[in-house]
Design a binder for this molecule. Structure first.
Ligand code: FES
Length: 120
């Protein structure tokens, strides 16, 4: 698991890009609709950084060609993106936000955490 930041350092409506090491691509972490979400930072269409995109509820709009991705599933909801991005589980422990990089997409798996959630 990768530490991101303290939850107060990622206010509602904000995002941050983190380097996840050699094992995986950069990850974008979002705080929106009362929860935290993490997806691959690189758009599946070209090389735009989704952490630079615009949040609309549980969706982020790619800043380059405006594909919209669902933060809960990683699925694009419109062209020009056709492929999903990976989602990554997030947890909050003692006010610290962590990302658990995924190795694959697991449909239906919970991938987000509310600020008050904690893992013992
Ligand atoms: S790079 Fe994201 S939609 Fe084209």
């Amino acid at each position: 698991m990768i530490p991101v930041c303290r939850i107060e350092d990622l206010p509602e409506g904000e995002s941050v890009r983190i380097e996840a090491g050699d094992a995986t691509a950069p990850i974008a972490v979002f705080h929106t609709d009362g929860a935290f979400y993490a997806i691959d930072d690189t758009c599946s269409h070209q090389d735009a950084s989704l952490s630079d995109g615009w949040l609309e509820g549980c969706y982020v709009e790619c800043p380059l060609h405006a594909a919209l991705f669902d933060l809960r599933s990683g699925e694009p909801t419109c062209l020009p993106a056709r492929k999903p991005v990976r989602t990554h589980a997030v947890t909050v422990v003692d006010g610290m936000l962590y990302v658990h990089p995924a190795t694959q997409i697991v449909p239906g798996q919970p991938v987000h955490a509310a600020p008050e959630e904690a893992v013992a």
